[in-house]
Design a protein around this ligand. Sequence first.
Ligand code: HPA
Length: 256
Amino acid sequence: MNLGSPHVGIVLGSGLGAVADAVEDAVVIGYEDLPGFPRPTVVGHAGRAVLGRIGGVPVAVLQGRAHLYEGGDPEAVRTPVRALRAAGAEILILTNAAGSLHPSVGPGSLMAINDHINLTGVNLLTGPNDDAVGPRFPSLRDAYDPALLDAMRSCAQDLGIALAEGVYLAVTGPSFETPAEIRAFRTLGADAVGMSTVQETILARHCGLRVAAVSVITNLAEGMTEEALSHEQTLSAAQEGAVDLTRLLLELIPRC
Ligand code: HPA
């Protein structure tokens, strides 16, 4: 079957699979049939690609991603991003679940990522560079595409969705942060903290994809509330935020 080229690739984070249900004329391919794609080990990550259209735009929705904390082959992060580009995609929309460093941006809120801080200690462009894929030293200025950010802002406004905006700081996890780390991250300029996305953004910019990214805030970061954090809480709060995320993406994609 000739599915054509996707224009937009979308990576769905923990518990955010609902966007995949909106794909029209969907063809579903399990990651086990896609060489080099990850085998998700985390509850809330399905491990399948849904190809089709959203609002007439050809899309490839990736439900599930590899995380550094899974300790697997870094190729499992590189391959999906480069496969989307090789398939003809021009835009990559990344979503994730994240903790907020702002009491006023609580669980269920959305935050458009306008920059990142990579505290994972790795960069998956390390190693020999394939000049056919991208440059040795790619720029990360405007890593989060200003025109796509603008489009997200106007979609949110049109839909009456409150869209926060800020800097996503990435750690490897899998432990959540300590309260002292969160205080340090605030000083560094972070607005949200999570365990994904920045490597995909780096890989995407390297191969020439334009990036938009949105965090679904599932919790206030460690030390900001009485309760300790848990993955179960992440998944249940993600479900709440997923409703607005789906509305936002269904509005954004046709404007891409
Ligand atoms: N920290 C790191 N990753 C996360 C969090 C958090 O508080 N919430 C959801 N993913």
